[in-house]
Each structure stands twice: as structure tokens, then as C-alpha cells.
Design a protein around this ligand. Sequence first.
Ligand SMILES: [Zn+2]
Length: 358
Amino acid sequence: MKTNISLADLCERQLLERFAALVDDDRSNTAQLLAYIAEIDERKLWAKHACPSMFAFCMQRFHMSESMTSKRIWAARTARRFPVILSMVTGGELHLSGINQLGKHLTEDNHRSILQRAKHKSSREIDLLVAELAPRPDVPSRVRALPRSMGAVVCADARPTSPREARSPDEPCSPRSCSSNVEAGEHVPDVFKPMAAGKQIVPLAPRRFKIEITVDQSTHDRLRALQDLLKHRFRNADPALIVSRAIELLLDETLKKKAAVTEQVRFSSPPSAKRIRTIPAAIRREVWKRDLGRCTFVDEQGRRCRATSCIEYHHEIPYGKGGCHEVENIALRCRAHNQYQADLDFGRDFMRSKRRTR
Ligand SMILES: [Zn+2]
């Protein structure tokens, strides 16, 4: 409570400065922690403390969480092989997940160039890099019934493991080496299961992706019906081709609604519709094209928001204050930045009550 009160007293600049300092400290501490873990692990000091492994030592003696322990130990072992990783962690150039993703692909010869490419990359971007480093073949399309208890969880990458198998004690394994460890009867920490299960879209190779979905009975039945109907058109009525075509159609339809994108653009002049709430299609289309379907919010340092989802049309002079539907007065904004601007234009309390009413 005390912390909340003191934080609430900080001005925006102080809050952000202290936050930045904490992030720096955290990175520095993480790098040091990895170095210590690697050294203790190397000396096998855990054995003297009645622990069967470094993993057990961290969990039993220091009460670290299972997930963080696994991530840190694996990263520490990788950093011991390639010490440059520690300075990258300190500098915020590489995160723990990234180290885990890249670990088994690094060698004496390639680690500098790969780490350079992984600098400041998100986990998703590093996945693409890994797919390029170690491309995997396409997976065959499959439609199969899942037991009810499994719900939507299907391992995307690791070999399937039952929760019971995965809960045996000790030793972490690399997120990318789960399969070999599973075969050896070794523990697969929980951290890697959500990681695999949550990844319903997995890059396999450059420009090739594996997608796993769980659908209900009616969707399944419609897919089967489509397979029957399209056998003559799509090779073997492969579900991948059907899903691909369905996505294409849905994207076209959504863009037509959202951005008024049509193949045959009518070049009639935009109607004079200043006080009609709906933005005319021609204007939506032009704004979408100009802003490239991406949020246009730019911060004080000149950095543009990267959001391409939940995109809305924002009136520079608010519609509620007389702003009109003209291309120059409208820009794309993600929902968060549209709301942020509305808070500035109309006041936070007013907008909050308005959203509640909605
Ligand atoms: Zn944005």
C-alpha cells in the first residue's frame, strides 16, 4: 500500500525514469544470476547441499519457480559456452526466452553472427530466425478427434507428453530439445508445455508455417462437407488448402468492411457527408492505403506504434467537436491509441463513464 501511495505521488517523468532504472538493474542482475548459476552448476555445488541437480538446488534451496529455474539454467549453460550473451543480456539486446530458443543452434563458428541477428528481436521474430537456421519439413494435414480432457491443448513442437509424465522431478531441458529428453524419460518442465501449446502457429522453415487449431463439431462437419465438394478442385481436398482459401476469403471480406478495399474501385467523388457518423467507403479506403493498415501514433521520440490489429479510424479534429470525414482529418489508430487520444480530447473521466455506458 505504501509503495502504491509513493508511486502515485511521482510525476510522469519520475515514474518512467525510475522504471527505466529498474529495468536496467533487472537486466544486470539477470546476467549476473546466469553467470553464478553457470559457475555453481559447473562445480556441481548442488550435490554438497543434498540436491540431485542444479534444478532441484534452485527450487528447493532458493524457492525459485519451476519455470524460471528451467529458463535460467538453460540460458546459463548457453551463456557459459558463449559469454558474449551475458553482455547482451545486460544491455537489453537479448532476453532469456531468446537464449533458450537459440541455444542449441549456436556453435563456435556461427554464434556471433546469429546473436547479432537476434539483437532486440521478439520471441516470435527469433522463431523465424530459428526456422531459417534449422528448417523443418511441412507437416501432413491431419484432422483428428481429441479426448475431451485435452481441450484445446496440443503440443505444437515437442513430442506429445502427458501431464503425468511431465511432472517427474529434476533437471530442466531445453525448450527445443524436449523431444530427446522425453525419449530418455527425463523431466519436461511445465514452462515449456504452455510455450509449445500456446504456439498454434509455428514457423517450420522460411515462409512455411504449421498451424494447429481445435474446432467444434459443426466446423468439423462443414470442413468434411467442403472436402467432399472440393475434391475435384483441390488436390486431395487437403484441409490446409481449404483453410488457406477460407482465410483468403475472410480477409477479403474483412478488408472490404474495414478498409473499404474493393477490386473495382469506383472513382466517384466522396459524398459530402460531414455529419453522417459512418465514414464513407472511399475515404476509409484512401486512409487505409495511405497509413498502410497500421497505427499512426508517433511518440515524442518519433517512434511510430507498430500495431496492425484492432485498427480504428481516428479523427484528428474529433467528430464530436465538429471534425469532418476528410482524408486529411482521419488517420488509423490502434484501439489503445484511439482511446488514449479520446482521453486527451474529452477528458479521462468523461470517456471512462461513456465506455461504461456502452
Ligand atoms: Zn497504436
